[in-house]
Design a binder for this molecule. Sequence first.
Ligand code: ATP
Ligand code: MG
Length: 250
Amino acid sequence: MPSALSISDLSLTIGGATILDGISFEVAEKEILGIIGPNGAGKTSFFNLLSGLRTPTRGSIHMDSVDITHFPAYKRAKAGLARTFQTSSVFVNLSLLENVRIAAQAAAGHSMNVTKDAYSFKAAIDASMDCLEQVGLTSRAHQIAGSLSHGDKRRLEIAIVLASKSKIVLLDEPMAGMNVENIPELVEIIRSLSRTFGKTVLIVEHHMDVVLDLADRIAVLNYGELIICDTPDKVIANPTVQSAYLGAAL
Ligand SMILES: Nc1ncnc2c1ncn2[C@@H]1O[C@H](COP(=O)(O)OP(=O)(O)OP(=O)(O)O)[C@@H](O)[C@H]1O
Ligand SMILES: [Mg+2]
């Protein structure tokens, strides 16, 4: 399976503090890669490097063999890399449909000036409604996003990712703030990003049962270092992982 993402010696130092140190691994196309690690391990910082919010001190990132290490964030998004944030980041004053349509218009190569192109406007609305249907939010398409529960905002973010037609999706704690009973549904939506829509998914998640259920492989970060990147069973059996979690049940 060809590599979607190739990370080599990726390192980040901020104000003399080492946040990430020499991270290297490959992510296969359509793979679901879980990223776990204790609080402060460097998971979000790692996503910041991948999405271009920060520049690494050392190392490189290749996407489909293209060196994107120094691409600005917008260029990475254009190359097909989408990200959701640990804190939900939808436009709260726009409707769900409008939130998704902005991504659909951009993916179709049209500007956000929808009045210029009536056909693309309809096509973008149709595509956006499809995406909302995938995440079960069709009936709320015309509500403003600010009226959604935290969990439903995360589902909206997934719809936006779908509309963006991105090849690689970075999800930072998508289950955060969700009611426990809604988690299985979101798990299946995330699984479908890979299995149905063919996307490569990197997911940071504290719910260990979710990661073990979803991930093809799991990368474990601890104090900015990669302990292991392997299949869930090998990760659970790894003594260094077990001690990083101080004996917490994995
Ligand atoms: N802008 C910054 N300046 C200095 N230190 C930072 C900065 N951003 C993050 N850090 C530090 O880098 C380390 C990694 O933080 P990061 O947010 O990446 O961890 P995380 O694994 O995502 O944690 P969590 O599970 O709590 O979300 C922490 O020690 C944090 O304090
Ligand atoms: Mg984080």
